[in-house]
Ligand binder design. Structure first.
Ligand SMILES: *Cc1c(COP(=O)(O)O)cnc(C)c1O
Length: 356
């Protein structure tokens, strides 16, 4: 195991690219900060982490992650608060989820404290990349993949852990249109749906594209067995407001990714005394609630978008139109509160913000 006092070797980039960024037209995931953090795993131990200028990697053509899919990632954000402080939102939660993904995919665990410290270091070195502008943040992408150059299916013996960061604006500027998917499957019980592992996203592309050709931004996945119960969206968990109650699919089954944004939304709503039900949510129940007028709100919750309100739900040949965004009192208030905690205008009673 790594020595107690963490030393990260830092090689600074000589030519910052920050002057070339078009801040007014920042596209999500297309602009990368100057550095990346790299830590290799070999001989059963994590090697010394290094911060290097952001650059291409050189890989063996048989790199096992590419062939057999041992590849996991996380996504979280750092914000510049109004007083200039830089904070990272709940990295301890990402560390835990990363650990779960490691275990499910037979990969070596990055100890939680080390994970958080490396994230902190990666943000610190490029903290000048965090725009001091409303709605902007630094998206952090930690990932781990198998690097054995070996043809054969078995857990790799070597791995690479990397953290890079991207300055980003708002992910979805517009409310989203979703389609309830009743044929294709994201995750089955006993599968890898709870892990943030690369293959889950590759497998979703084809069904998602079909939905996009029908005019929807994202799919709402249903359970693999009967396609009767709502699970989640592409990279967002899903929350409904029915008759004043926050209703969301429970995460008891291992088919739903345990989102940190949704957990935060629920904790905030609970503190306000909003009734919450985490349980199975059937598609029929949502359709019925829409018909009888009790479906007041629906939104996706995820790091990239924070809260993305849903305006239309495609279901078979129908399109359910949801109430106007101005009437979404609860999700508007939650979104504002959550963004306020991140930007420092709302007191962080929960201790969610880690100062860099
Ligand atoms: C990342 C992700 C989410 C959202 O998780 P957050 O921790 O809130 O960002 C939800 N569903 C899926 C499938 C995801 O990959």
């Amino acid at each position: 195991m790594l020595q107690d006092t963490l030393s990260v070797k830092v090689t600074r980039s000589e030519n910052s690219r920050i002057g070339q960024v078009d801040w007014e037209n920042l596209q999500f995931g297309r602009v990368f900060s100057d550095h990346m953090l790299v830590m290799d795993y070999k001989d059963g131990v994590w090697q010394q982490p290094e911060i290097l200028p952001f650059a291409n990697l050189s890989l063996h053509p048989a790199t096992s992650a590419i062939h057999y899919g041992q590849s996991i990632f996380e996504g979280l954000k750092a914000y510049r608060q109004d007083n200039g402080d830089v904070i990272i939102f709940r990295p301890d939660m990402n560390a835990k989820r990363f650990e779960e993904s490691c275990e499910r995919m037979c990969m070596p665990v990055v100890p939680n404290d080390l994970f958080v410290e490396l994230i902190r270091k990666a943000v610190e070195v490029d903290s000048n990349w965090i725009p001091d502008k409303e709605g902007y943040s630094l998206y952090i992408r930690p990932f781990l993949f198998a690097t054995d150059g070996f043809v054969g299916i078995r857990p790799s013996e070597t791995y690479k852990f990397i953290v890079f960061t991207c300055p980003v604006g708002q992910y979805y500027n517009d409310p989203v249109k979703v389609k309830i998917e009743e044929y294709y499957t994201r995750a089955a019980v006993g599968g890898v749906g709870r892990a943030k592992t690369a293959g889950n996203y590759g497998a979703s592309l084809f069904p998602a594209r079909k939905g996009q050709l029908q005019g929807f931004d994202q799919l709402v996945w249903t359970d693999a067995l009967e396609h009767k119960y709502i699970e989640e969206s592409g990279t967002m968990n899903i929350v409904f407001v029915i008759d004043g109650v926050l209703v969301t699919p429970s995460e008891d089954s291992d088919t739903i990714l345990r989102g940190i944004t949704k957990r935060s939304v629920l904790e905030i709503a609970r503190s306000w005394g909003v009734p919450i039900e985490e349980r199975k949510v059937s598609v029929q129940e949502i359709v019925d609630a829409h018909k009888n007028g009790s479906l007041q709100d629906a939104f996706g919750a995820g790091t990239a978008a924070t809260v993305a309100q849903i305006v239309k739900i495609g279901y078979r040949d129908e399109v359910l139109e949801l109430p106007a965004i101005e009437t979404r009192h609860l999700s508007n208030k939650i979104k504002e509160h959550l963004n306020g905690i991140k930007s420092g205008t709302v007191k962080d009673d929960y201790g969610w913000c880690l100062k860099v």
